[in-house]
Design a protein around this ligand. Structure first.
Ligand SMILES: NCC(=O)CCC(=O)O
Ligand SMILES: [Zn+2]
Ligand SMILES: [Zn+2]
Length: 385
């Protein structure tokens, strides 16, 4: 007989005895005492056998205490950071032997072509899988209204693509495509007389630049300019050129304007000479607009959707994963996010490694499957252990 049915049985008989005792007008105390001591013996036996208690006990409050082992805790994450998810941003200048640090972007440098391979060699050995290239023309007169230097065959990006393809055959090369680093006005396209973007001319120029990078050997082109219709234009030109089958088109579909790009602009020298980018990047509150832009870019032929910045826009990453559920979703942990984590760690607010990993976990939890991060060299070390 199980414990619970024994208790039920005894208490039923106990009640019956009491009723009989009352009916008979005398006490059958000794019989009742016997029964009670049987019940209490059964209870004390039960308290030593957990399985019996749980049958009738309340388990609703027992949730996560059991997962105290680090391995069991790691099982809770749908997606865990791996080296294959990481893309490392590189600033490549047209001063071949240059290697200068960027004060607002800790540990990051602008490098000329001759400094790239020695810097990357140890990282590739540690498992670096992908880089994204940003060209930085430093030479006087290199910038003009059309961003001519962007696809200069001797310019830093095309030279770097060729070099890295040759020296690191396994490395996946992403080329950021934009004009802001190359235009004299610092905007992400070609301007009309009134200072606003000429969308048609900008899209045409941006797509030519993308094709030039793809022809040079980039595995992936990533337009970050935010001109309407550039994904479709680039896809069509890739098809026309017969290279669409070997080039991934990664759209910065949801790129928000805000104050998190400051250190990048120091590194790339791409501060607009007037105005801002609020007319072509998304407003920070524009969740619906971001969803529409993501849908539009998927329809136009994007192969990867990017959300940028990352940590302040986790809902957008989640939306991107929802809308593009069968697509890779990239999140760019931008220069301002990176600098903030460094500043917080320096101020003693938190430990750098713990925060870098926690923020990346948030980005992955939201739905990203690719993370563009300046922490990549550290992640390669931290992921070893
Ligand atoms: N297209 C790249 C950016 O505009 C900025 C990224 C950053 O702030 O790290
Ligand atoms: Zn730009
Ligand atoms: Zn940009």
């Amino acid at each position: 007989m199980s414990f619970s049915s024994l208790v039920q049985d005894l208490s039923f008989r106990d009640n019956a005895n009491e009723r009989r005792a009352v009916n008979r007008g005398n006490s059958s105390a000794s019989t009742m005492d016997d029964r009670r001591s049987q019940v209490s013996r059964a209870m004390s036996y039960a308290s030593t056998t957990a399985t019996s208690v749980s049958i009738s006990g309340d388990i609703s409050s027992q949730l996560h205490g059991g997962y105290c082992h680090p391995l069991a805790r790691s099982w809770q994450a749908e997606r865990q950071l791996t080296k294959s998810m990481l893309i490392f941003p590189l600033f490549v200048s047209d001063i071949d032997d240059e290697e200068v640090s960027i004060p607002s972007l800790p540990d990051q440098h602008r490098r000329g072509i001759n400094k790239l391979v020695p810097y990357l060699e140890p990282l590739v050995r540690k498992g670096l899988k992908s880089v994204i290239l940003f060209g930085v023309p430093m030479a006087a007169g290199a910038k003009d209204a059309l961003g001519t230097a962007a696809d200069d065959p001797k310019g830093p990006v095309i030279a770097a693509i060729r070099l890295l393809r040759q020296r690191f055959p396994q490395l996946f090369i992403v080329a950021d495509v934009c004009l802001c680093e190359y235009t004299s006005h610092g905007h992400c396209g070609i301007l009309k007389d009134d200072g606003s973007l000429n969308n048609a001319l900008s899209v045409d120029r941006i797509s030519d630049v993308a094709i030039a990078y793809a022809q040079a050997g980039a595995h992936c082109v990533a337009p970050s300019d935010m001109n309407d219709g550039r994904i479709r234009a680039i896809k069509l030109k890739l098809i026309e050129e017969g290279i669409a089958h070997r080039v991934v088109l990664m759209s910065y579909a949801a790129k928000f304007s805000g104050c998190l790009y400051g250190p990048f602009r120091d590194a790339a020298g791409s501060v607009p000479s007037f105005g801002d980018r609020k007319c072509y990047q998304l407003p920070p509150g524009g969740r619906g607009l971001a969803r529409r832009a993501i849908r539009r870019d998927i329809d136009e032929g994007a192969d990867v959707i990017m959300v940028k910045p990352a940590s302040q826009y986790l809902d957008i990453i989640s939306d991107a994963k929802d809308i593009g559920r069968d697509m890779p979703i990239a999140a760019y942990q931008v220069s301002g996010e990176f600098a903030m984590i460094h500043a917080g760690a320096k101020a003693g607010v938190f430990d750098l490694k713990t925060m870098a990993l926690e923020s990346t976990e948030g980005i992955l939890r939201a739905g990203a499957t690719i993370v563009v991060s300046y922490f990549t060299p550290q992640f390669l070390d931290w992921l070893e252990s």
